[in-house]
Design a protein around this ligand. Sequence first.
Ligand SMILES: Cc1ncc(COP(=O)(O)O)c(C=O)c1O
Ligand SMILES: N[C@@H](CCCC[NH3+])C(=O)O
Length: 463
Amino acid sequence: MSRSAHPAGPRHGDVLPEGHYQAPPADLNALDPKVWSRTVARNAEGVATVGGVDVRTLAAEFGTPAYVLDEADFRARARAWRDAFGESADVYYAGKAFLSKAVVRWLHEEGLNVDVCSSGELHVALAAGMPGERIALHGNNKSVPELEQAVKAGVGHIVVDSFQEIERLAAIADAQGVRQPVLIRITVGVEAHTHEFIATAHEDQKFGLSLSGGLAAEAVRRVLAEPALELRGIHSHIGSQIFDFAGFEVAARRVVGLLAEVRDEHGVELPEIDLGGGLGIAYTADDDPREPAEIAASLREIVRRECAAAELTAPRISVEPGRAIVGPTAFTLYEVGTVKPLEGLRTYVSVDGGMSDNIRTALYDAEYSVALVSRTSEAEPMLARVVGKHCESGDIVVKDAFLPADLAPGDLIAVPATGAYCRSMASNYNHALKPPVLAVADGAARVIVRRETEEDLLRLDIG
Ligand SMILES: Cc1ncc(COP(=O)(O)O)c(C=O)c1O
Ligand SMILES: N[C@@H](CCCC[NH3+])C(=O)O
C-alpha cells in the first residue's frame, strides 16, 4: 500500500490544532538502540528480531499482545548495577517494576537482592529460591500477616514507615523470638523533578517519616528502644523516572546528616543507608539516562564527602533500581486492528491491547515510541496515535508518534521500554486478559508468565 491508503491522515509539517509531537525520525525503519533492548535488530527480510527470534514467529506462536523480554539484556543490566556498586554495597532490584520467578532466578544468579512491597511479591521471590536474607520488605501499610511472613522468612531488613508499624513489628519479632533488622524510611523534603504521582520525598504525601518535622529522629528513638528490633540504617527514596541527579545529592546529604545526629544523640553509628531507586530510562530518543557506573561513582563520592565532613565512618550503601534494570529490556508486541485517519488531526491506530497492558500513558502522561516491526516500509511518515481497544477515550498507548503511512490491519507494531510498570500494573479492565511475558534468548523464546484465559476470569467469578 502507498501513502494514498490514508489520504486524510496528517503528515509531518502539518499544523496540528493542539499539543506537540516528536519530530519524525530520519529513518522510520531504524530501531534506535537508545530505546530498544540490546539484541533487537532487523533481519534480511526487514522483520525485527530479539534474541535471534523474529517477531512474526513470536506473534504466530504466542499471540499478541505480548511483552517480549530480552533475557541477555536484563542480565547485562543487572550485572552492570552489581559491578558498578561492587562488594561494599547492595543492589536490591525493585520487584514492583516487574517480578516473576524467572526474573528472580536471573537476579539471584547475577548477585542482586530483591526489594518487595507485598506478601504477593515476597511469595514469588521466595518461591523462586531467593534466600530470605537477600530480600527487603517495603510498604507504607504492611499488614500484620505480611510482617509475620517477612519475619518468618528471615528477610534481610524491613523498611519501617510509621510509628504504629514500629510497635507492630516489634511485637511480631518478639513473638517469633528474633531480633529483626530494620531501616527507617524518611522523607528528606526534596522536590524531585518528575510527575507528581511518582515523586515521594516531598512532605505532603503518604510515604516515610519527615526529617524536617522531627518524625525521623523520633522514629530512631522508638526503634532503638525496642529490644526486638535492630536499627541498621536510614532509607530515602525520592521518586521515580528522575534524570536530574541533584535530588539524590541533597537526599544523600540529608540522610548522612541524620546519621550524624543519631551518633550525637545516641552514641551509635548506623552502618547502612539506602538511597532507593528512581533512575530514569529512555522512553524516547529525547531521554538521556546515566550509566550505573557513573551513578554509583557519584553516590559513593557524595556519601564519602558528607561522612568525612561529619567525621562518620562511611556506611554501606544500598540502592533499589527497578525501572533502570527491567524497563529498557522489554517491548510490547501488538497487532494493528484498525487504522482511522482523522482529517487535519492524526491517524488513530488501534491495537489489540491498550490501557490494560500499559496504564502509564493514561496515568502519568508518559511518552513512548513505537515502530512497525513485522516489515519495513518506504512510505512517508504519518502522524499517529496508538490506542487500545478499551471503552475509554483516554485509552492511549503512544500519544504522538510517526508510523509509515501504508500501515494496515495485520501489521505488527511494538512499543519499546515497557519492561517496567506495565505488566506489573496491568488490569483486567473490560475483562481484558493480561498478556504473557515471553523471555527470548539465544534464538529461543519461552513463556515465563502465561497469558490469562477466560477460564481464569471465570474461576475468580464464583457468584
Ligand atoms: C521504595 C522504593 N524503592 C525503589 C523503587 C523503584 O523505583 P524505580 O523503578 O524508579 O527505580 C520505588 C518506586 O519508585 C520505591 O518506592
Ligand atoms: N509505577 C510508576 C512508578 C512508581 C514506582 C513505585 N514507587 C511508574 O510507572 O512510573
